[in-house]
Design a protein around this ligand. Structure first.
Ligand code: CUA
Length: 261
């Protein structure tokens, strides 16, 4: 859900037809709703930076217009021969540097927060393939000492049911519990892929022969849609990601069913 004007329209006129999910919407201009503290942080940083961007672009455009007006040929017949001024140069170097420093503080704290893996309760391995994802829950083993491993393919357009999202739905979702620290280990089996889910604030490169890790702490139940975000070949656009966040008890039930399969 996204609380912009278009969504408001959506809610009023299309509500019975719309399934509320964390997914991109037509004409969307803003972020998808955050579901993790990290994504909330990213959105807040974006808003903080927006303030600086507005002030700077207003100031620069005002100055440009003023210069064009006042130093135009007919208004300023005898041009100045001044080539430099030390004071103004010091000012226009120090000020942007200071603004950058000011921006760097929240930016770095967010960056390090994203990097932090807080003693995870669950570790899930995500493998990118040409062109699907596979998930591995190696924290649990069945009687034959096998971990839970399964593939997640996109549902083709002709098999979609009413209310499902085109190019976003998968046959086997990644199931995880809410309010739990989860570590995701990302890699690839063939070429570069990228495991990305906007609402969770995650975009992690899947690189063959290398393990990348990221973490998430989902605050609410729901379906979170994402897509491969690294050009990986002809079906790059057809390997979506669906994360289903469920209560812990449901997760345990799902895991035990999977182990008994
Ligand atoms: Cu996998 Cu793009």
């Amino acid at each position: 859900m996204n609380f912009c004007v278009f969504t408001f329209f959506n809610y009023i006129f299309l509500c019975p037809l719309t399934v509320i999910s964390d997914v991109a919407e037509p004409w969307q201009l803003n972020f998808q709703d955050p579901a993790t503290p990290i994504m909330e942080g990213i959105i807040n940083l974006h808003h903080d930076l927006m303030f600086f961007i507005c002030v700077i672009s207003t100031f620069v455009s005002w100055m440009l217009v003023r210069i064009l007006w006042h130093f135009e040929e007919t208004q300023n017949i005898i041009p100045s021969t001044l080539t430099h001024g030390t004071l103004i140069e010091v000012i226009w170097t120090i000020t942007p540097a200071f603004i950058l420093l000011l921006i760097a503080v929240p930016s770095f704290s967010l960056l390090y927060a994203m990097d932090e893996i807080i003693s995870p309760a669950i570790t899930i391995k995500t493998l990118g393939h040409q062109w699907y994802w596979s998930y591995e829950y190696s924290d649990y083993l069945n009687e034959d000492n096998e971990a839970i491993i399964y593939d997640s393919y996109m549902i083709p357009e002709e098999d979609l049911e009413l209310g499902q999202f085109r190019l976003l739905e998968v046959d086997n979702r990644m199931i995880i519990p809410v309010n739990t620290h989860i570590r995701i280990i990302v890699s690839a089996a063939d070429v570069l892929h990228s495991w990305a889910v906007p609402s969770l604030g995650i975009k992690c490169d899947a690189i063959p022969g290398r393990l990348n890790q990221t973490s998430m702490f989902i605050k609410r139940e729901g379906l979170y849609y994402g897509q491969c975000s690294e050009i990986c070949g002809i079906n790059h656009g057809f390997m979506p990601i669906v994360v289903e966040a469920v209560p812990l008890s449901n997760y345990i039930e799902w895991i035990s069913n999977k182990l008994n399969e």
